[in-house]
Ligand binder design. Structure first.
Ligand SMILES: [Fe+2]
Ligand SMILES: [Fe+2]
Length: 162
């Protein structure tokens, strides 16, 4: 059982996970347009992960007897100026997601809804991984440079993500 307020907040995050999927799908398209197919594949992988996150919210809301309300998914930013810019935008986005999850946890705690708080813990840990992964990529770009061979090497590495 979850409160109406928590139900609304969780539906909102379900929507935002699909927005994240959409954002990464746009990044995949931009990377592909530059011929960076490794990057493109990496962003498609991100898209699938975000849809998986959305599904987790869906399952949890249902298990708790809540209502699934699907709002429209906003059109994401699709204009980018460089391949490196995709990762900078991704890190900024993931930091925003982390703040959202923290906000949800605080709301759950306030209601003494420890089931939801426990459910959200997985996402909090996932955000640590997401942010660390992007910081790692950005560090590599800072070392090797954001253009030319360094970009091609990184494209090869990220394209191996399974
Ligand atoms: Fe997510
Ligand atoms: Fe994410």
């Amino acid at each position: 059982m979850i409160s109406k307020k928590m139900n609304d907040l969780l539906n909102d995050q379900l929507n935002f996970e699909f927005y994240s999927a959409y954002l990464y799908l746009g990044m995949a398209a931009y990377a592909a347009s530059l011929g960076l197919n490794g990057f493109s594949g990496w962003f498609k992988f991100q898209t699938k992960e975000e849809m998986g996150h959305g599904a987790k919210f869906y399952e949890y809301i249902q298990r708790q007897g809540g209502d699934i309300v699907l709002g429209s998914v906003a059109s994401p930013k699709q204009k980018f100026t460089s391949a490196a810019g995709l990762f900078e935008a991704s890190l900024a986005h993931e930091r925003k997601v982390t703040q959202r999850i923290v906000g949800l946890m605080a709301a759950a705690k306030k209601e003494a809804d420890y089931s939801t708080e426990s459910f959200l813990l997985w996402f909090l840990n996932e955000q640590v991984e997401e942010e660390a992964q992007l910081v790692d990529i950005l560090q590599k770009l800072a070392i090797g440079g954001k253009t030319g061979n360094s970009l091609l090497i990184l494209d090869g590495i990220l394209g191996q993500r399974k």
